[in-house]
Design a protein around this ligand. Structure first.
Ligand SMILES: Cc1cc2nc3c(=O)[nH]c(=O)nc-3n(C[C@H](O)[C@H](O)[C@H](O)COP(=O)(O)O)c2cc1C
Ligand SMILES: [Mn+2]
Length: 481
């Protein structure tokens, strides 16, 4: 498991999963344009290291998580489902039947003791402390021509609940207003916004620390849909298989990952808002300018030779699809603890996570598909799901063509579509009102007599087992020729 972003980049290079770009490339549109080409080149393309961003001395890395293989490497597993299984085991440890059985649980117990972060006093991220530091020497990208400015696209934003002291980490983009101020684009539903809401009620400043380019596992954790009040660093320690090292900030009452290359310390004032955007967003469209809180920089701490890690979002597929895919696999077993009838779940890249969610279920009673829809609309960030398609467990949710075929054949639109209304993502531009709009559930399961369907459900076409075996034999010969 990589304890430093540079170790990850070096390993990607060794595995031929990285493209180094030595010529000068401008952070103004050009780095984003090259990154977009990589993301669209099939399977996510290579990770990119821009060694000479024009006008800056700090290298820029992008698309490092942008393939299934690199996402697995970052999380130290060979398949993302391995992680799902480990989490499943962690939550339902088998009762040991004897001493040998109990010994088998030891690795699990060790994993638990890794969960708590530990504080260190000497950290790479504080090799240089610049109390009068600015953002001016960071190669922050302008991603798309109509963007309102330069945006820090992959920050880890650390805050504490002003009342309970509970930590939150979220990835919320930050638009550079000037060398010492940025926007703070935490949507109203997110952890950082909740801490700010409490601080505003108390009339207090909220300390904020922003870590850039940390050990890879933490970049993922900041994007993970952890339930409110659960520390993202618990997930970090579990994934890293060791305690995450944190260091106290210099000017604010927060801790940041010792492994970060750059840290921006600062605060957000109660009541202050400033126009943010537009920004070429992960919907594939420009999100509208809107008023958001403002981050004021108090101190920059950094390594002597930092790398600036960034990402771009835009028309899918982009790198964020793979970060989301990790959450899809890691959180499936957790969701199944509340909704055990869910067999599998998929967020296709084109659905931008919540626009289209496909779920297969082990259908047990009439109306079951609708129960699952309502559960999702009430569960964590799944609440943003705009269209939910429910299929029977024999349908492969990862095969979007198969799902489209099943929806077309299994759905009577008048009967099987559930419309409702609720909170939607802040980036949903189709809704009449910001963050509040319509939702649709499509029940594409086989309908039962107990649900009012009294005709005979047709059988799926498949040949006989014997003919299938024969066909396999002949086909392997034809193909082998
Ligand atoms: C590249 C990237 C950019 C993101 N930008 C934002 C953003 O600007 N605002 C936001 O609210 N969420 C953004 N997100 C999603 C959040 O990081 C995500 O919902 C996370 O789970 C929030 O954590 P929280 O529940 O602790 O607030 C972004 C995610 C990624 C991968
Ligand atoms: Mn959180």
């Amino acid at each position: 498991m990589y304890s430093d972003l540079n170790d990850f980049i070096t390993d990607l290079d060794r595995r031929k999963l990285l493209a180094r770009i030595g010529e000068p490339v401008s952070p103004d549109l050009e780095i984003a344009a090259v990154t977009d080409r990589a993301c669209k080149s099939g399977g996510g393309g290579p990770a990119l290291l821009f060694e000479n961003p024009a006008g800056f001395s700090m290298p820029v890395a992008s698309n490092v998580f942008g393939s299934l293989e690199r996402m697995c490497l970052a999380l130290g597993v060979s398949t993302l489902d391995d992680l799902g299984r480990e989490i499943e085991q962690l939550m339902t440890p088998p009762m040991p039947k004897g001493i040998m059985d109990a010994l088998k649980l030891m690795p699990l117990v060790n994993r638990l003791s890794d969960l708590m972060p530990k504080t260190v006093s000497d950290a790479p991220c504080q090799e240089i402390v610049q109390r009068d530091g600015t953002l001016d020497d960071l190669p922050i990208l302008t991603c798309w021509p109509q963007d309102g400015g330069r945006f820090i696209t992959l920050p880890l934003v650390f805050t504490k609940d002003p009342e309970t002291g509970m930590r939150n980490i979220g990835t919320y983009r930050m638009q550079v207003f000037d060398g010492r101020t940025t926007g703070m684009h935490w949507h109203r539903h997110k952890g950082g916004a909740q801490h700010h809401r409490i601080a505003e009620r108390l009339g207090k400043r909220l300390d904020v620390a922003v870590a850039l380019s940390p050990e890879p596992v933490l970049t993922y954790c900041a994007t993970a849909p952890m339930p409110e009040g659960l520390d993202e660093l618990l997930l970090g320690g579990f994934l890293a298989r060791r305690r995450i090292e944190m260091v106290k900030c210099v000017t604010v009452d927060l801790e940041v990952p010792a492994s970060a290359h750059i840290v921006l310390e600062g605060y957000v004032e109660p009541g202050e808002r400033r126009r943010e955007g537009p920004f070429g967003d992960h919907t594939g469209f420009y999100s509208q300018p809107d008023d958001y809180p403002v981050f004021h920089l108090t101190c920059v701490t950094r390594r002597k030779k930092p790398t600036y890690l960034t990402t771009i979002v835009g028309i899918p597929p982009m790198e964020d699809y793979y970060l989301g895919l990790a959450s899809e696999r890691i959180f499936l077993p957790l969701i199944r603890k509340t909704v055990p009838e869910i067999v599998d779940m998929h967020f296709p890249a084109e659905g931008i996570f919540h626009n289209l969610v496909i779920i297969s279920i082990d259908k047990r009673y009439p109306g079951h598909a609708r129960k699952i829809m309502h559960a999702c609309w009430g569960l964590g960030q799944l609440m943003f799901s705009k269209a939910i398609v429910i299929v029977d467990k024999d349908v492969n949710v990862h095969d979007v063509s198969e799902v489209a075929w099943i929806v077309g054949t299994h759905v009577d639109p008048l009967r099987d579509v559930q419309m409702t209304k609720g909170p939607v993502d802040d980036l949903d531009d189709a809704a009449d009102l910001p963050a509040y709009g319509g939702k649709m559930g499509i029940d594409a399961t086989r309908k039962w007599a107990s649900e009012g369907y009294t005709r005979t459900w047709p059988a799926r076409i498949a040949t006989s087992e014997a003919a299938g075996r024969k066909a396999a034999e002949i086909w392997s010969r034809i193909k082998g020729r």
